[in-house]
Write a protein that binds this ligand. Structure first.
Ligand SMILES: NC(=O)C1=CN([C@@H]2O[C@H](COP(=O)(O)OP(=O)(O)OC[C@H]3O[C@@H](n4cnc5c(N)ncnc54)[C@H](OP(=O)(O)O)[C@@H]3O)[C@@H](O)[C@H]2O)C=CC1
Ligand SMILES: O=C1CO[C@H](CO)[C@@H](O)[C@@H]1O
Length: 356
């Protein structure tokens, strides 16, 4: 990289502040502005020496890129406004609230020749990339079972947009899981979902039980909940998010014809000798490998800066994958509402998680 990338951050909420920390720590970034409409938040952060502005119109003109960390329904208008200014965009996940909006943003970025990355930052962990290799060791994928269950603090839902369609554990949390599945096994082609709001009583779901079919014929199931307390979730397993207590417990189990893999530890079971792998013979346990510990948001922002120079990146989430993750996330919501399986291609472009 030749010089630090002049970048602004739009939205100084919970994830925006983590991006601010990464931007101020990274030599690859020169933070030109933080856009935050809320006057008190703005004043508090200005007091810490941050370059706060109230509107995207007040961002210094030498800015070349931005991180969009606003509520999900705002991702599309703000990303379009940023692309219109000629900025490269790293937009938080999901890429947008609807497929129509996601495609409009992707089209605009492509027309302008500007990078558009979506913040599926888990890809930036070394063990996520290593999981692809480990999966080759267990033979063709047969099935996968995941359990993501963390009880969010009740005040999390004091923020109005988080109680409405566009938020909820499907849009907010499952979208990461679907992107991970895509990295591991390709995108599911069909989903059947049961959703429930019984625990919190909000308009959006708090819990969902999902069954997936992959193109290869492999199947998967997932229970996701932000009401049920448990040690089983990506963030608890990996300690990647300082706001979430670590547990170190695996939360996904994957089976193949030749063995099995637990994620994220990558503990693997495989043949204990020559000959057929079958149920009378014990499986040999291969203990979890170790990986360098990274902050995935820091790796993501550094790779984003680098790809403005190089024009390419094979780890970060490009528009096609981001739209695919959104499609299957919305498919789960649609399946829950209609109580029928939903296949790829069946989610209406305007669907945002509620039937109108
Ligand atoms: N990758 C990850 O690990 C995570 C990603 N996310 C994603 O990030 C997004 C934001 O979530 P979260 O941080 O929890 O949300 P918050 O509500 O905590 O923060 C959003 C911030 O954006 C501000 N804002 C709203 N509209 C605009 C606008 N048009 N321009 C500038 N600022 C605006 C809000 O101000 P005000 O309060 O005044 O409305 C608020 O400060 C979501 O899409 C979510 O899915 C969230 C958490 C983790
Ligand atoms: O994107 C996300 C949404 O919220 C979670 C809890 O704050 C994060 O850990 C996650 O990465």
């Amino acid at each position: 990289m030749t010089s630090a990338l002049p970048l602004c951050i739009i939205g100084a909420g919970s994830i925006g502040r983590r991006h601010i920390q990464m931007a101020t720590e990274s030599p690859a970034i020169q933070l030109t502005a933080v856009v935050e409409p809320h006057p008190e938040t703005r004043a508090a952060l200005a007091g810490q020496g941050l370059p706060m502005v109230a509107s995207i119109d007040d961002v210094p003109t030498d800015t070349r890129a931005c991180i969009v960390a606003t509520p999900t329904p705002d991702h599309c208008p703000t990303s379009l406004a940023a692309l219109d200014r000629g900025w490269a965009v790293l937009v938080e996940k999901p890429i947008a609230d609807t497929l129509d909006n996601a495609r409009a943003v992707a089209r605009t970025a492509a027309d302008k020749g500007l990078p558009l990355i979506t913040g599926h930052h888990r890809r930036c962990h070394p063990f996520v990339q290593a999981a692809r290799e480990a999966l080759r060791e267990i033979g063709p994928l047969v099935g996968l079972q995941g359990l993501w269950s963390l009880r969010k603090h009740d005040s999390y839902y004091d923020v109005p947009w988080r109680r409405l369609p566009g938020a909820g554990p499907l849009a907010t949390n499952l979208s990461h899981e679907i992107d991970l599945l895509n990295v591991f096994a390709g995108l599911p082609v069909e989903v059947t979902a049961l959703t429930s709001s019984a625990a919190r009583g909000l308009e959006i779901e708090d819990t969902a039980s999902l069954a997936f079919r992959f193109e290869s014929g492999a199947l998967g199931s997932f229970l996701i909940s932000d009401a049920g307390a448990s040690p089983w979730a990506f963030e608890a397993a990996t300690a990647e998010n300082p706001a979430i207590a670590p547990s170190g417990e695996d939360y996904i189990r994957i089976t193949g014809t030749l063995g099995a893999l637990a994620f994220p530890s990558l503990t693997r079971w495989g043949a204990s000798g020559p000959g057929e792998v079958e149920w009378s013979r014990p499986l040999l346990r291969h203990d979890a490998p170790t990986f360098p510990r990274v902050d995935p948001l820091r790796v993501q922002i550094d790779r984003f800066a680098a790809c403005l120079d190089s024009g390419a990146d094979d780890v970060l989430c490009q528009p096609r994958d981001a739209i695919a993750a959104l499609e299957m996330t919305l498919a789960t919501a649609l399946s829950g509402l209609t109580q029928r399986p939903v296949r790829r291609g069946e989610v209406p472009g305007h669907f945002k998680g509620v039937l109108t």
